[in-house]
Each structure stands twice: as structure tokens, then as C-alpha cells.
Design a protein around this ligand. Structure first.
Ligand code: HEC
Ligand code: HEC
Ligand code: HEC
Ligand code: HEC
Ligand code: HEC
Ligand code: HEC
Ligand code: HEC
Ligand code: HEC
Length: 511
């Protein structure tokens, strides 16, 4: 007789180890299911590594076996009859699936799945239509990769790049197996055959599903790295990353309870700040619940604004509540005024970038569009210049400041923004104006004049923007030096300190 899984008395719930929240089951059984025993008997031979990893896991200890995760209902789109299993009496007509989706995990981990499903992570697959997507589909790619689910072809750049981080929409082929353009894939917002979103194995690698590994910075670093969101690099250059490396062996990363201040104090990891428990907060699988700015768009906005656009429940959680959640994490190791002052520094960087560069930059780009020689996006050099200013350099400046990586804020961030704004963007706009100001085409002429006036207004520090934080109208300042109109007092003070500097260091090769 097959033992009915999970039919247990309340008393047995005491067996549960603290730290895991098993919402919809009372307690694990104390024996493996017969199905699982059959899987193991074979897979010990065909894929020993899988069995070993699992044998080392908490699931093994809790008697959660292969079948409990991989079982499927007949009729589920990715359910397949596993021939070898089907040949066994115990496996007759019991389909399984390869994908173990968040929906499958939710049988036992309801809370984690609900939080994850409510988060931006679960939405990571919704990138079609983005500018980045245009790059990988068209600029970098073509449709030469043909599979059963993509008879018209799909871009190999999307398959191997974007989808591996963001998640593919996994397609099931006629014979029930998974389309190779869409699987293997553990992208964060994978769209599963059962329509659930995301992949728990993006962070909990199979088959150990270890929380220890998930708490390591490298775990997030598969995706959170590189020129447009170098969070891993920033972290490793920050005091926090330095302290982590020096003290990794004292971090008790393998404990099931892992509270900053109680179980470790040497350093925070990504998980500490964005997900893990504090004395007051539980583990949260919605990574948006502690961040008060969304720094991904060209102009930083409050997270509830983007959550509303995506219709996520976070639309009702205001930025200041989220900031308080994060401050609560910091308070395990830092004092209140230290934390408050950090946020004043960080907000200052957001305001600087938003008001000095992002808002004028975007207005200029829009005003320049009618004058660009080619209609298609990314067919003009200016498209790339503006894209890199906000998507790479402007993000790096903001991300660097948010996670205490000053080199990223300055030399990979603000410096590049300034260099390309004044050294590439403005000169290219001036060229466009010059080319079109005397155009025979009346529309072009008018557009060139409008762009000229806008550029003049911006460079004269007269352009008015609405500040994201206060909602007030302020001027976008800090440009007039470029047209030689710095205020006489500031110019004088600068000249004096420059001369004093030369006294100390001698003349440099610059002027
Ligand atoms: C009689 C032997 C046998 C039994 C029983 C068995 N398997 Fe397999 N399984 C295989 C072989 C052989 C393969 C193909 C070779 C491989 O992929 O390692 C395979 C492949 C798989 C695959 C990969 C399919 C793919 O296309 O990538 C999964 C998932 C799997 N088995 C899960 C299970 C689960 C879960 C059970 C128990 C419910 C089970 N197997 C029972 C022998 C068996
Ligand atoms: C806690 C749930 C869980 C358990 C228990 C589990 N698996 Fe898996 N398995 C997964 C997940 C998750 C994936 C990756 C698919 C995905 O990303 O959805 C996977 C993938 C696989 C694959 C295909 C991928 C590959 O690397 O080839 C095989 C084969 C497999 N499992 C076999 C087994 C066997 C055999 C056992 C028992 C020894 C087992 N699994 C136990 C969750 C589980
Ligand atoms: C049939 C129930 C069941 C299913 C299905 C299941 N789990 Fe678990 N899981 C458990 C139990 C029980 C524990 C607690 C073990 C303990 O704390 O000792 C656990 C523990 C965990 C842990 C903590 C491991 C650690 O090192 O502390 C993680 C992570 C986890 N599961 C992830 C998953 C993921 C991801 C899936 C889906 C791919 C999944 N589980 C599917 C029952 C299940
Ligand atoms: C190395 C992993 C990785 C690759 C490859 C990757 N991305 Fe991303 N992408 C991310 C991460 C991580 C973020 C979130 C960054 C942040 O929060 O600062 C992101 C953010 C985005 C966003 C902004 C989402 C939002 O909420 O505003 C879009 C759109 C996007 N990526 C599209 C793409 C496209 C299209 C491709 C392929 C051309 C791609 N990405 C390639 C990891 C990746
Ligand atoms: C972005 C990475 C990430 C993803 C994706 C993720 N987890 Fe986790 N998970 C973690 C981290 C980090 C921890 C450890 C938290 C801590 O420090 O205790 C954790 C802990 C857990 C635990 C242990 C219990 C607890 O709350 O501490 C379970 C169970 C779990 N995750 C299940 C899941 C399931 C199910 C999914 C998919 C719906 C999932 N996780 C997706 C990072 C992730
Ligand atoms: C497999 C890729 C991947 C992994 C691994 C990953 N992320 Fe992400 N993360 C993304 C993508 C993609 C986005 C942007 C999603 C979107 O908005 O479309 C994102 C967004 C975020 C956000 C912004 C959330 C919001 O609401 O705006 C935070 C914070 C974050 N991730 C933290 C983490 C942490 C911490 C880890 C590790 C514990 C991690 N991520 C692991 C891909 C990943
Ligand atoms: C000391 C705590 C701390 C650590 C450690 C940390 N972060 Fe952050 N992270 C923050 C803060 C603070 C912010 C900005 C929050 C805000 O906007 O209010 C942030 C913002 C983010 C964002 C949002 C970026 C966006 O585009 O909006 C992502 C993604 C992120 N962190 C990922 C990571 C990853 C990945 C790691 C590890 C490599 C990490 N963080 C380590 C505190 C931390
Ligand atoms: C687990 C402990 C821990 C947590 C949590 C933590 N920090 Fe730190 N933090 C440290 C340590 C250790 C240092 C290094 C102190 C030193 O340089 O003497 C540090 C240094 C700093 C510095 C100084 C950076 C520099 O370059 O001098 C700032 C700013 C900072 N933390 C802000 C934060 C903020 C903001 C948070 C929450 C988002 C936070 N920390 C969370 C342990 C922590």
C-alpha cells in the first residue's frame, strides 16, 4: 500500500526545524514514498550526482523525495509519461514533469511563493518590447535559430543572453519534451508551462536547495553584475564586501535561523539587506520591500509607481515604509544618525543625476528625434550615446551610491555621465541643429530651432524640472560653466584653489 503523504497529526509538527515555514502541510512523513524509492533506485545509476546532492539536502532529511517535487497531474501541459518509470508497477500511469515550478513548491512553501510571485523578480520575463530587447532581437540578432516552437526563428542573442537572466517562456513541444530554445533555463521571471512565474532554482540551486548558497553574494551576482547593474562588483568594493571576505568563516551561513546581530555581525550580504530576517522582520522573498527608489528607468522613480504599472501588490506599499524596513536591517550594526545621514547622501546623488542629467537629457533626446537621419531606433549614433548615459553610466552612479561603492559612483558613474553629456551628447546635438537650422523642410527647421532654444535654456541653468522627492519645481543647475557663464564668485574661488593646488603638486599636463 502506498503511504498517503503528509497525512499527519498536529503533534508531529514539532519535528519541524525552526526557520522553514511549511504552510500547507502539517509535517513531513518519516519514510520515503514508494515512488521516490523507485526513482532513486534507477537514478543512482543514471545520474548519481543528482541523488547525492539531494541526499545532502534538508529535503532528504524531511523525506521530501524526487516524486514529491516532480510528480504531475495527467493533463498538465508539461506532464509526460517517463517510460522507465512507467514500466515499474509503482510508476504505471503516473506522469512527471521536468520543471518544478513555484506552483509545485507552493504545495509546501506557500509563504515564500506568495512573496516571490508578488515581487519584481517574478515579472522579470516581461522584457519584450524594451529597448534592450530591440538590441538583442534586431541590432545584435536575427531569426536564424529555428526550433519547433519558433518556426519563424528566434534570436540566439535573446536565448543565450536575456532569457538566461530574465527567464524564458518555457514551451512544451508536441512530444511533451521542452523546446531547446527555452530550456535549460533558470531565469528569475521564467514563465512556466503551468503559467506560474519565476524559478526558485534561480537562487536555490538543485538539488541541494541550500539556503547557505542563496545567502552568498555570488548567488545574486549571476544576474546583478556587468556594465548596466554592477551590484556584485559594487558590493565587493564596499566596506561590506571587504568585511564579508575577511570574515566569511565567522558568518554562520549554514544556520537555519540567520538574524543579523544575533547569528552573525561581521558583515551583511545581499541577502541580509534585501531578504533575510532581522529581530523584527521575517525573511521576505519580495526583494522590493526594502528599496525606496527604482533606479532602473532613465529617471529614478519611487517603487510604488512602477509596481502600480505592473499591477503588483507593492503599489500599496509606499517608499518610506520600505526605507524603514531597510533601516531596520542597518540598525543591527549601525546607529540611527549614521543610517539617516547615509540616506541623505544617497538621496543627494539621485537628485543630482535626475535633475542635472536625466530630465534635461531625456527632453533633449525627444526634441532631437525629428532631426535624426534614420528613423529606426539604434540606427543613429545619438541613440547609443543617450542609451549609455542613462542605462549604463547613470545607473552605475546611482547603484554605486546606494551600496557604498564610491569608485562606481565616481569613475564608472558620474564621470562617464559628465564626459559623455558634454563631450559627446551636446556636441552631436549642436551638429544636428547646425545641419537643420537652414533646412528647406519647414518642419525640420522648426525642430532645429526648438532644439536650439531648449539646449540654450539647459546650458544657461534655466530649464525647470519637477523634483522626484519634493514634487517641487526646481531649476536644473550646474551646466553654465560649459558656456563660460559660471558665476564670477565661484569662478574666482575655483581659480584660487586651483592655484593653491598647483603650488602643492606642480603644474599637471592638463591646463
Ligand atoms: C527504471 C529506471 C528509472 C526510473 C524508475 C526513473 N527514472 Fe528518471 N530517468 C531514467 C533514465 C534512464 C533517464 C534518461 C537518462 C538521463 O537523463 O539521465 C531518466 C531521465 C529522467 C529525467 C530527465 C528527463 C529529461 O528529458 O531531461 C527526469 C526529470 C527524471 N528522470 C526523473 C525521474 C523521477 C522523478 C523518477 C521517479 C518518479 C524517475 N525519474 C524514475 C531512469 C529512470
Ligand atoms: C525540492 C524539489 C525537488 C526534489 C526533491 C527533486 N527535484 Fe529534481 N528538479 C527540481 C528542480 C527545481 C529542477 C530544475 C527544473 C526547474 O528549474 O524547474 C529539477 C530538475 C531535475 C532534472 C533535470 C535537470 C537536469 O539537471 O538534468 C532531473 C533529471 C531531476 N531533477 C531528477 C531528480 C531526482 C532523480 C530526484 C530525487 C533523487 C529529484 N530530482 C528530486 C526539484 C526537485
Ligand atoms: C512536499 C513538500 C515540499 C516540496 C514540494 C518542496 N519542499 Fe522545500 N522543504 C520542505 C520541508 C519539509 C523543508 C524543511 C526541512 C528542514 O527545515 O529541515 C524544506 C526546506 C526547504 C528549504 C530550506 C533548505 C535549508 O537549507 O534550510 C528550501 C530553500 C526549500 N525547501 C526550497 C524548495 C523549493 C525551491 C521547492 C520547489 C522546487 C521545494 N522546496 C519543494 C518541503 C517541501
Ligand atoms: C546578466 C544577467 C542579465 C542579462 C544577460 C540581461 N539582463 Fe536585463 N536585467 C538584469 C538585472 C539584474 C536587472 C535589474 C537591475 C537592477 O535592478 O538594477 C535587469 C533589468 C532589465 C530591465 C529593466 C526592468 C525594469 O523593471 O525596469 C529590462 C527592460 C531588461 N533588463 C531587459 C533585458 C534584455 C532585453 C536583455 C537582453 C538584451 C537583458 N535584459 C539582459 C539582468 C540581466
Ligand atoms: C533571489 C533569490 C531567491 C529566490 C529566487 C528564491 N529564494 Fe528562497 N531564499 C533565498 C535566500 C537568500 C534565503 C535565506 C534567507 C535567510 O537568510 O534566512 C531563502 C530561504 C528560503 C527558504 C527557507 C525558509 C526561510 O524562509 O528562510 C525556503 C523554504 C525558500 N527560500 C523557498 C523558496 C521558494 C519556494 C522559492 C521560489 C518561489 C524561492 N525560495 C526563491 C533566496 C531566494
Ligand atoms: C537569475 C537572475 C537573478 C538573480 C539570481 C537575482 N536577481 Fe534580482 N533581479 C533580476 C532581474 C531581472 C530584476 C529586474 C526585474 C524587473 O523589474 O523586471 C531584478 C530585480 C531585483 C531587485 C529590485 C526589486 C524591485 O522591486 O525593484 C532587487 C532588490 C534584487 N533584484 C535583489 C536581488 C538579490 C538580493 C538577489 C540574490 C539573493 C537577486 N536579486 C538575485 C534578476 C536576478
Ligand atoms: C548594506 C546593505 C546592502 C547590501 C549588502 C546590498 N545592498 Fe542592494 N541596496 C541597498 C540599498 C540601501 C539600496 C537602495 C535602496 C533604496 O533605493 O532605498 C539597494 C539597492 C539595490 C537594488 C535596486 C537597484 C535599482 O535599480 O533600483 C538592487 C537590484 C540591489 N540593491 C541588489 C543587491 C545585490 C545583488 C547585492 C549583493 C551583491 C546587494 N544589493 C547588496 C543595500 C544593500
Ligand atoms: C551585519 C552588520 C552590518 C549591517 C547589517 C550593515 N552594515 Fe554597514 N558596515 C558594517 C561594517 C562591518 C562596516 C565597516 C566599518 C568600518 O569601516 O570600520 C560598515 C560600513 C558602512 C559604511 C561606511 C562605508 C565606508 O566606506 O566608510 C556605511 C555608509 C554603511 N556601512 C552603511 C550601511 C547601511 C546604510 C546599512 C543598511 C542598508 C548597513 N550599513 C548595514 C556592517 C554592517
Amino acid at each position: 500500500m502506498i503511504r498517503k503523504l503528509w497525512a499527519f497529526t498536529a503533534g508531529a509538527a514539532l519535528l519541524l526545524v525552526q526557520g522553514a515555514s511549511i504552510a500547507s502541510v502539517d509535517a513531513p512523513p518519516n519514510e520515503f514514498s514508494e515512488e521516490t524509492k523507485a526513482c532513486i533506485a534507477c537514478h543512482k545509476e543514471t545520474s548519481l550526482g543528482v541523488v547525492q546532492q539531494w541526499g545532502d539536502s534538508k529535503h532528504h532529511r524531511a523525506k521530501v523525495g524526487c516524486y514529491e517535487c516532480h510528480k504531475a497531474e495527467a493533463g498538465e501541459i508539461d506532464a509526460f509519461i517517463h517510460e522507465e518509470f512507467d514500466k515499474k508497477a509503482i510508476g504505471k500511469n503516473k506522469p512527471i514533469s521536468i520543471i518544478v515550478s513555484p506552483k509545485d513548491c507552493s504545495n509546501c512553501h506557500e509563504k515564500e511563493v506568495a512573496e516571490y510571485t508578488a515581487s519584481h523578480h517574478s515579472q522579470g520575463g516581461r522584457i519584450i518590447g524594451s529597448l534592450d530587447n530591440l538590441l538583442a532581437d534586431v541590432v545584435e540578432g536575427n531569426r536564424a535559430m529555428v526550433t519547433e516552437s519558433f518556426p519563424e526563428g528566434v534570436s540566439a542573442a535573446v536565448v543565450n543572453g536575456c532569457w538566461q537572466c530574465h527567464g524564458s517562456e518555457v514551451k512544451v513541444m508536441k512530444d511533451g519534451s521542452l523546446d531547446p530554445a527555452t530550456w535549460p533555463n533558470t531565469g528569475i521571471g521564467r514563465i512556466n508551462p503551468d503559467k506560474s512565474r519565476g524559478s526558485c532554482s534561480a537562487c536555490h540551486s538543485r538539488h541541494k536547495f541550500s539556503v547557505e548558497q542563496a545567502r552568498n553574494p555570488e548567488n545574486c551576482g549571476k544576474c546583478h553584475m556587468g556594465p548596466d547593474h554592477p551590484q556584485e562588483e559594487i558590493y565587493y568594493e564596499s566596506k561590506h564586501g571587504i568585511a564579508f571576505h575577511a570574515n566569511k568563516d565567522k558568518m554562520n551561513m549554514d544556520r537555519s535561523k540567520w538574524i543579523a546581530g544575533e547569528d552573525y555581525d561581521a558583515a551583511p550580504t545581499c541577502a541580509t539587506c534585501h531578504m533575510s530576517a532581522t529581530k523584527e522582520q521575517g525573511v521576505n522573498h519580495d526583494v522590493g520591500m526594502r528599496i525606496s527608489w527604482n533606479n532602473r528607468p532613465a529617471i529614478s522613480v519611487r517603487p510604488e509607481t512602477t509596481d502600480a504599472k505592473m499591477d503588483l501588490p507593492g503599489q500599496h506599499v509606499k517608499w518610506d515604509e520600505r526605507r524603514d524596513n531597510m533601516k531596520n536591517v542597518c540598525s543591527a550594526c549601525h546607529g540611527e544618525s549614521f543610517i539617516d545621514n547615509f540616506y541623505i547622501q544617497y538621496d543627494g546623488q539621485i537628485e543630482l543625476y535626475n535633475n542635472k542629467f536625466a530630465k534635461p537629457g531625456l527632453a533633449l533626446y525627444q526634441a532631437a528625434l525629428p532631426l535624426l537621419p534614420r528613423d529606426a531606433k539604434f540606427a543613429n549614433h545619438l541613440d547609443f550615446v543617450w542609451f549609455e548615459i542613462w542605462h549604463h553610466e547613470g545607473r552605475r552612479a546611482r547603484h554605486g551610491a546606494s551600496m557604498m561603492g564610491p569608485d562606481w559612483t565616481q569613475w564608472h558613474g558620474n564621470y562617464e555621465v559628465g564626459k559623455h553629456f558634454y563631450g559627446k551628447y551636446v556636441p552631436e546635438l549642436e551638429e544636428l541643429i547646425e545641419k537643420n537650422l537652414d533646412s528647406e523642410d519647414a518642419n525640420k527647421k522648426a525642430s532645429a530651432l526648438a532644439l536650439k532654444n531648449l539646449l540654450h535654456e539647459i546650458l544657461s541653468d534655466e530649464f525647470v524640472v519637477t523634483d522626484e522627492k519634493t514634487g517641487k519645481e526646481v531649476k536644473s543647475t550646474g551646466h553654465s560653466w560649459f558656456i563660460g557663464k559660471m558665476s564670477p564668485e565661484e569662478a574666482k574661488a575655483r581659480k584660487e584653489s586651483r592655484e593653491a593646488f598647483i603650488q602643492r603638486y606642480g603644474e599637471q599636463t592638463d591646463r
